[in-house]
Design a protein around this ligand. Sequence first.
Ligand SMILES: [Zn+2]
Length: 68
Amino acid sequence: MADTPAVTADSYCTNTAPVPGIVRTVNAKNTGPKFFHLHGRRYDACWCGKEVSLTERDNLRRHKPPQE
Ligand SMILES: [Zn+2]
């Protein structure tokens, strides 16, 4: 993949900008109380292919790209 983001020295992905248009909000209302802590959490995907939860500022949380 030519557009794979760079990684830091400790192999974390350097990209914090979510891929536009595919934000996913977890709806835990129908999954019962066990997953209620996930409710409202937002996820997006990174260019590296990892699905990452978003911070309050709509940045991707620190993550490592998927290993191949
Ligand atoms: Zn990434």
